[in-house]
Design a protein around this ligand. Structure first.
Ligand SMILES: *[C@@H]1O[C@H](CO)[C@@H](O)[C@H](O)[C@H]1NC(C)=O
Length: 159
C-alpha cells in the first residue's frame, strides 16, 4: 500500500528523495546550482503536500525545485503530507554549501542509502544528469513514480 519506488521504504509514510542526494540528511551544493526535493507519500487518498523551510511554510506540491541556489534557500526542509485522516512529515533535509572544494578523487566512497536508492533506468538518468541539467533529473524521478504506480495498480500481494 505504498506509492514508493523501493519496498523497504514502505514503513516511512513520507519520503524525501533529493538531487543531489543527501549525505546524513544534508545536501551539499554550491551557489547557482540546482537542487530538487521530491515528496513521496503513502498517505492516501488525496494527500496535500506542504513544504517548510526552517519551520516556515514555503510552498505546496510534490516537488520543490530550486533552479539557482542562493543564500535564502539554505536551511532545513521538510515535507508534510496530510489528508482528512492523517498527517505525516518527512525526515528533514538540510541544504548547505559545500565546505571548500573537495577533490572528488579524495572523497570517501558513499554507501548508497537503501531508502533513496532508485532502481534501473532512473538511477542511470540521475548519473547521466550530473551537471548537465535539471530536466533529466525530473524526468528520472517522474519515471520512477510512474513505474512504481504501474507496478502497484492493480495491487497484487507478492507472497
Ligand atoms: C552566481 O551567479 C551570479 C549571477 O548570475 C554571479 O554573479 C555569481 O558570481 C555566481 N556565483 C557563483 C558562486 O558562481
Amino acid at each position: 500500500m505504498a506509492l514508493l519506488p523501493v519496498h523497504t521504504a514502505s514503513r516511512d509514510p513520507v519520503l524525501l528523495p533529493t538531487f543531489p542526494e543527501t549525505i546524513q540528511g544534508v545536501i551539499q551544493s554550491d551557489l547557482n546550482y540546482s537542487v530538487v526535493l521530491k515528496c513521496l507519500t503513502a498517505v492516501s487518498p488525496n494527500p496535500v503536500l506542504h513544504w517548510t523551510l526552517n519551520g516556515q511554510p514555503c510552498g505546496t506540491g510534490s516537488m520543490l525545485i530550486i533552479r539557482k541556489l542562493s543564500w535564502q534557500h539554505l536551511g532545513t526542509y521538510t515535507c508534510t503530507a496530510k489528508n482528512s485522516q492523517e498527517e505525516h512529515s518527512s525526515k528533514s533535509v538540510t541544504i548547505s554549501l559545500s565546505q571548500g572544494n573537495v577533490d572528488p578523487t579524495d572523497a570517501e566512497p558513499i554507501e548508497p542509502n537503501p531508502i533513496f536508492s532508485l532502481s534501473g533506468r532512473s538511477a542511470i538518468a540521475l548519473v547521466i544528469a550530473g551537471n548537465l541539467g535539471i530536466l533529466i533529473v525530473i524526468a528520472g524521478m517522474g519515471f520512477t513514480i510512474i513505474q512504481s504506480q504501474r507496478r502497484l495498480v492493480p495491487f497484487t500481494p507478492v507472497h
